[in-house]
Design a protein around this ligand. Structure first.
Ligand code: HEM
Ligand code: HEM
Length: 188
């Protein structure tokens, strides 16, 4: 049975700390909060969004494509969690701390999916797995059968929430990016 070491959480915290320090440096040097449509703001928004896109797609692809053997599932999930924290954090720095309208709603959806991710991570660890993410069969002793069935049901229910939020999030983000670029950047 593989244990989640939590290594990805420490790495994500470290990366967020590093980004926050760089952000503080920019605020200090320019004596203002980077505007979302400015150079730093754009860079943060784009980098964060790309990390979020990676989060949304790569793990699912590796999981769904049966013939795909690249990398262990456990490592892909750790990478999913790392980019799923760092991406949203960069996007938060991009916001310039204003949360109006569609962009604000997109940020809220982002926060919800990250928080729900932590819940999913916890439920996921209740189901024992091999390094490749398959459920460990040998584990199921008489006592644990019911608990395992419950954890599986909970994880299935969690999927039905986490996945639609992701879809809504990327729809809103696409509209925000198109609108923001059109009105705030191209028409300027
Ligand atoms: C999920 C990803 C993203 C989220 C959650 C997000 C969120 C936000 C938020 C909260 C604001 C401030 C809105 C306000 O002034 O009240 C903003 C502004 C802006 N964002 Fe994003 N953003 C994302 C991705 C991007 C990307 C990838 C780009 C560019 C390619 C971008 C371009 C802009 C621009 C240009 C503005 C300034 C709009 C203005 O000044 O009116 N955003 N965004
Ligand atoms: C931008 C943020 C995130 C997005 C867009 C996102 C998206 C997704 C998607 C689409 C799936 C479904 C994968 C599949 O079954 O095909 C998934 C699964 C999962 N995510 Fe996230 N996620 C994000 C952040 C997080 C975070 C921060 C965590 C943990 C702290 C997390 C933990 C999980 C877990 C445990 C699963 C279930 C893995 C499985 O059942 O195989 N996610 N996520």
């Amino acid at each position: 049975m593989t244990h989640s070491s939590g290594k990805e959480l420490w790495l994500a915290a470290f990366a967020c700390f590093f980004a926050a320090a760089a952000y503080a440096g920019i605020v200090f040097l320019t004596r203002q909060t980077p505007a979302a449509s400015g150079f730093y703001g754009h860079a943060l928004g784009i980098l964060g969004f790309v990390l979020m896109l990676i989060t949304e797609t790569l793990y699912s692809l590796r999981k769904r494509i049966r013939t795909a053997q690249w990398g262990r599932m456990a490592d892909w999930l750790q990478f999913h969690i790392f980019t799923g924290i760092v991406g949203p954090f960069l996007v938060l720095l991009h916001s310039s701390w204003k949360f109006n309208g569609l962009a604000g709603a997109t940020t809220l959806l982002t926060a919800i999916i990250v928080l729900s991710g932590f819940v999913g991570r916890y439920i996921y660890t209740l189901v024992p797995r091999t390094a490749d993410g398959l459920e460990e069969q040998s584990f199921t002793g008489q006592m644990q059968v019911a608990a395992l069935a419950n954890a599986r049901r909970l994880l299935a229910l969690w999927h039905t929430i986490h996945i639609p939020i992701g879809a809504a999030l990327f729809t809103a983000a696409a509209a925000h990016i198109w609108g923001a670029l059109y009105y705030a950047t191209l028409l300027r």
